[in-house]
Write a new protein. Structure first.
Length: 236
């Protein structure tokens, strides 16, 4: 799936509820999308990945500003809460880049748990440090307790998003591979040993059997067009 499309869906999942005067309660596509976007950066060069990550972060920062200013009609004050969120965005992208160099079910599950959990711990601590709760152990505990419903929704939405973004392409690829195996067509390698053996068979069959030489000729020079079923793959 396109990086731009996934980023757009993540932004819309945050903007639309606010535009419709609804509260998403942290049930958005953002966390799962960040995991997927980070995994896509792993296939790019370091320079290209850095530029893409900077672009993604820039779009998310502008989105935060827009939601605060135009969605909630609040003055945008730069604070540690916003800074911690932006640093978290960057951390998830960078962490996913390393985690998903090889995509496995276990690594996706680890990302699903680690993303929302780290955001829960970081964001609530930032809110407590900003003075919204008493600067005591009881105040910190209350802050985390009030954040539990948001954490639950974040965990569920991240799981659903990550399973869709990572799982559906894997299922599609596996189905395609299974259908190719069912067809029974042989993919003939084109290495040096293959050409040597085929040309030798061609010389032998030209003398011994003209009809067989035609088959070998087609397989030699047009291997993709004239693939043979597995039952007939041994010609020599």
């Amino acid at each position: 799936m396109s990086v731009l499309l996934v980023l757009l869906l993540a932004i819309l999942s945050r903007v639309l509820p606010v535009a419709l005067h609804q509260q998403p309660w942290n049930f958005t596509l953002l966390d799962g999308s960040l995991l997927f976007l980070g995994s896509r950066l792993a296939s790019d060069s370091p320079r290209r990945a850095a530029w893409k990550a900077a672009g993604i972060l820039g779009v998310l920062v502008v989105t935060d500003y827009g939601i605060t200013t135009f969605g909630y009609h609040l003055p945008f004050h730069y604070s540690g809460v916003y800074l911690s969120m932006w640093l978290w965005y960057a951390a998830v992208l960078i962490g996913s880049l390393g985690l998903f160099r090889k995509v496995t079910a276990l690594r996706v599950a680890a990302g699903i748990v680690a993303g929302p959990t780290s955001f829960f711990l970081m964001s609530n601590f930032a809110v407590w440090a900003a003075g919204m709760y008493a600067h005591t152990t009881a105040g910190l505990a209350q802050c985390y307790a009030m954040g539990l419903p948001f954490y639950r929704n974040d965990l569920v939405s991240t799981g659903l998003t990550a399973v869709a973004l990572f799982g559906l392409p894997a299922v599609a690829a596996r189905s395609k591979s299974a259908s190719q195996q069912k067809s029974g067509l042989l993919r003939i390698p084109l290495g040096a040993s293959f050409w040597s053996q085929r040309l030798q068979n061609l010389r032998i069959c030209t003398v011994a059997n003209p009809r067989a030489s035609d088959v070998v000729f087609l397989l030699t020079f047009f291997p993709k067009k004239y693939s043979l079923p597995r039952r007939r793959r041994e010609l020599s």
